[in-house]
Design a protein around this ligand. Structure first.
Ligand SMILES: C[S@@+](CC[C@H](N)C(=O)[O-])C[C@H]1O[C@@H](n2cnc3c(N)ncnc32)[C@H](O)[C@@H]1O
Length: 396
């Protein structure tokens, strides 16, 4: 999952925390290497995307080179310009992030970014398109919209200010924010520093709609129907938190750290959640049973009105890692993070029922995309599952 925020008592991305020194050091490294990945995005993108293509061009026969000139070289120059615009945006985000997450002022103290983190910086640009652009609205409607419509079926507008909704794995925060805009008390939770730094910027530091221009599709040369599509500009944010005021500032918050640590063992019924909604999250678990337990413990159960609303595929994130490390990791008692439990949907449903849930709605085969370019010639389409599972009250 890359470099993540370790769990702490945060009130949001800006929250302060107290950690043992070693954890603090690790967290600082994770933070600064993530910030560095935003700073070096541009350099890395030129190096990985346009430079090798220009080099390949120079190795072609002169006839082939002539066939591609000036179209292809012009296109690569346009990709370079678009990279620069993305890089400027990410540098700005990194500046705010460094300040608010309290990174050392001296950049020489920052940890270098890994290539995995630089990849994450790249994919974050596409995630901004998914969460915060008008072009991403259709994709959002298929998942976030479905969740919000379901919440609004469950709760009348008058009741919503009393209804507490938790969004684990909140990514760039749009679902949690939109839920707050509907009048609920909403809390997003996220552990990836990329997501935390970017969501903090988008939620707290944009000042007008369509303030920034990014180029989310420039990184892919395949499945491209026109050169213009690859370098098309997207404006963000389509809805600006600074101008679209939610009813009370206190009904929206964000926590930084692992969901399974922050929300495990909530004892007091008043601290439990009316709704926990997971979107494209369940399959991020090493052990999905742990997620189910934490969700179950976190939901109200005194009166049978705690709901788990879930949407997404089952693309188990650690399947590949487990396959490639095999028995070595499975047998290593110190490497709990190396395991991956991948239940098929039918087993998963049975386990969830055994953990005290009643499925009130269950739909499968819902075609959905994730940060997909709708103009691309090819993209992943998931057959997602949607459910509303009510937690049985004690004794029911
Ligand atoms: C596939 S993304 C989905 C993001 C968002 N829900 C969406 O639909 O765009 C999964 C998110 O869950 C986050 N995540 C994974 N495991 C987590 C954990 N244990 N605690 C908090 N966040 C986690 C990841 O960092 C990532 O941002």
């Amino acid at each position: 999952m890359g470099e993540n925020a370790t769990t702490a008592e945060h009130n949001g991305p800006l929250g302060s925390h107290v950690q043992p020194e070693t954890e603090e050091v690790l967290e600082q490294r994770a933070l600064t290497s993530t910030l560095n990945s935003l700073l070096v995005y541009g350099k890395a993108a030129h190096y990985n995307l346009t430079k090798p293509r220009l080099a390949a061009l120079s190795r072609l026969s002169s006839r082939h080179r002539e066939l591609l000139t000036p179209f292809y070289t012009d296109h690569l120059a346009a990709v370079d310009r678009a990279i620069e615009r993305n890089a400027e945006f990410l540098m700005l985000v990194a500046r705010y992030g460094a300040n608010e997450f309290e990174a050392p002022q001296d950049l020489r103290e920052w940890e270098g970014a890994t290539s995995f983190q630089i990849d994450q910086a790249r994919s974050s640009v596409k995630q901004i398109y998914r969460d915060w652009s008008a072009e991403g609205a259709a994709e959002r409607d298929a998942c976030y919209g479905r969740v919000i419509r379901e919440l609004n079926n469950l709760y009348s507008r008058e009741r919503r200010s009393e209804v507490r909704v938790l969004v684990p794995g909140a990514g760039l925060g749009r679902l949690a924010y939109d839920i707050a805009c509907e009048g609920y008390v909403s809390q997003g939770n996220e552990f990836s520093f990329h997501m935390l730094i970017l969501s903090n910027f988008l939620l707290n530091h944009t000042t007008s709609e369509n303030q920034f221009t990014i180029y989310p599709f420039l990184h892919t040369f395949s499945h491209t129907s026109t050169a213009a599509n690859q370098i098309r500009a997207i404006q963000i944010p389509d809805k600006c938190p600074a101008t679209f005021h939610i009813s009370t500032a206190s009904n929206f918050s964000f926590t930084a750290g692992s969901f399974t640590e922050i929300y495990a063992n909530i004892e007091d019924e008043a601290d439990k959640w009316d709704v926990i909604t997971t979107v494209f999250f369940l399959d991020t678990a090493h052990n999905v049973l742990e997620y189910i337990d934490v969700i179950s413990q976190g939901l109200k159960n005194s009166d049978g009105t705690g709901y788990w609303v879930n949407f997404g595929p089952l693309l188990y994130h650690f399947e590949e890692e487990q396959n490639s490390s095999g028995v070595a990791v499975a047998n290593d008692a110190d490497r709990q993070d190396g395991i991956s439990i991948e239940l098929p949907l039918d087993y998963l449903i049975a386990v969830i029922e055994n953990c005290g849930f009643v499925f009130e709605k269950l739909e499968t085969g819902i075609k959905t995309t994730y940060a997909a370019d709708e103009r691309a010639m090819g993209t992943w389409v998931f057959d997602s599952v949607f459910w509303v599972a009510r937690k049985r009250k004690s004794g029911e």
